[in-house]
Design a binder for this molecule. Structure first.
Ligand SMILES: [Zn+2]
Length: 345
């Protein structure tokens, strides 16, 4: 099923699709461990003698029943990532995949809870290993990565404060933001205001997951209570026209991950996904993959789906990439360099 083809849009031919898939891309919403290729995790589990057979399907992909089960599979998979060196190697594996999909700039959520248990000294060691790998990948693969320290909502506000302290202590030209992921149904956004205030005082830019599982009021809470400038997902804002107007007026950018939303059942199909409706309402939308191997997606699959089902064409994707670069948390020198790469097509 796809949306009706608008009058002004030409049908999709192979050449047009090829051009779209190979556009240089900006991706703002990925979870670092959530990008781990299953083969990478299986290899580490085998080396560590950890039995993770229950989290894989016979074809080797990740297996789970629903969102809450996904979170537990995610935590089981990430439990084999233990040392800074593991995270450095993971960085290479995920950037190879992103670069192969044409991503030239990527922001990823890093959780101190998974990198040293929230201890600042341990976090610095993990971050050092990740940065070294990312710097090498930038030279070798032409992909630029920046980190957003992320607290985990269902771990509670106290752990969030520890994550925010890790973020504040390492804020700079590489750790550029602070955010929150995890189970949106636990607690309220405002419960985490202390952590977000600490990050803001350290000059970090802010984003939080909202409006994926809970409705538009959660998105409003994110903007008003945590004063974030981007929202992870935020798609259910479409149910509240006044909220859409507010997001458009304030320039709040949504990190939309259509494949993730469809895979987890937020929407029944890609055709039912509101990404185009939000855009038509004037809301700034960008396209990302979230946890690509968990949701059996890639940036090229996302683009292909939007081209085939929502009839997005190259100019629509270019516009979304320009919005994403504008909303990226990197410094202006990096933004200018990436803008030149986007113009090269
Ligand atoms: Zn996410």
């Amino acid at each position: 099923m796809s949306l009706p083809l608008p009058d002004h849009v030409a049908p999709l031919d192979e050449e047009t699709l090829h051009g779209i898939l190979h556009l240089p891309k900006v991706e703002l919403h990925t979870h670092f461990e959530g990008m781990a290729p299953p083969g990478f995790i299986r290899g580490l589990a085998k080396a560590r003698n950890v039995d993770l057979s229950g989290i894989f399907r016979p074809d080797g992909s990740y297996a789970y029943r629903d969102f809450v089960h996904f979170l537990s599979v995610y935590e089981a998979a990430t439990s084999v990532l233990r040392t800074p060196e593991d995270f450095g190697r993971l960085c290479v594996a995920v950037l190879e995949e992103s670069a192969a999909n044409g991503v030239v700039y990527s922001e990823t959520f890093l959780s101190p809870d998974f990198c040293g248990g929230g201890d600042v000294g341990a976090w610095r060691e993990y971050l050092h290993a990740i940065r070294e790998a990312a710097d090498a990948a930038e030279r070798d693969m032409g992909i630029t990565l920046r980190g957003i320290v992320t607290c985990i909502r269902h771990f509670g506000p106290e752990k969030a404060k520890a994550a925010a302290l890790c973020a504040a202590e390492t804020a700079g030209d590489w750790i550029v933001g602070f955010g929150m992921g995890g189970d949106e149904n636990q607690g309220r956004q405002r419960d985490f205001a202390y952590a977000f205030d600490m990050a803001r005082e350290a000059c970090l830019r802010l984003t939080t997951h909202a409006g994926e599982w809970r409705g538009p009021s959660e998105v409003r809470d994110a903007v008003e209570d945590l004063r974030v400038e981007r929202v992870g997902h935020g798609v259910r804002a479409v149910e509240d026209p006044a909220l859409c107007d507010m997001l458009a007026e304030r320039g709040v950018t949504l990190e939309v991950c259509p494949g993730s939303n469809v895979f987890l059942g937020v929407y029944d199909s890609l055709a039912a996904h509101p990404v185009t409706a939000l855009r038509q309402r004037g809301v700034a939308v960008t396209i990302s993959t979230d946890d690509p191997p968990f949701f059996h997606t890639t940036m090229q699959k996302e683009y292909k789906g939007l081209a085939q089902v929502h009839h997005w064409r190259a100019e629509d994707f270019r516009a979304a990439n320009a919005v994403a670069l504008e909303a990226a948390f990197c410094d202006d020198a990096t933004r200018t360099a990436i803008a030149k790469r986007l113009e090269q097509t």
